[in-house]
Design a protein around this ligand. Sequence first.
Ligand code: CA
Ligand code: CA
Ligand code: CA
Length: 124
Amino acid sequence: MKTLTLKPAILLMTGLLALGSAQAQNTVQQSPLTPEHFAALDRNKSGGVSKEEYEVFMRESFQKMDKNGDQRLTPAETSGVLTAEQFAAVDANKDGAITLDEFIEHVMRDFDRYDYDKDGQLKP
Ligand SMILES: [Ca+2]
Ligand SMILES: [Ca+2]
Ligand SMILES: [Ca+2]
């Protein structure tokens, strides 16, 4: 089922984007990555998620959400994944659609934020 395979990506992104939002309530202090997310991201099972692994995962997430394959995410395609505020935050040029570049730029900023020790790897 499509919904099941997409779920980790949705949960991860919702968590990442919520944490990236200025209005987010900081009720959750732990790492946004659950063990399941982590296992999905750490493709080579090295025990850490590299930028490359993270970017590959995010590109796949983008393709899954881009239902009509036009390389742009509309509010309809991201409904249930992104709130209107989150969509606006990722849509850097405010043209009402999220391109792959806008998406990757946004999520890679999140990567840097969670890479607390700046060694280029996210750890569980
Ligand atoms: Ca790895
Ligand atoms: Ca699209
Ligand atoms: Ca845009």
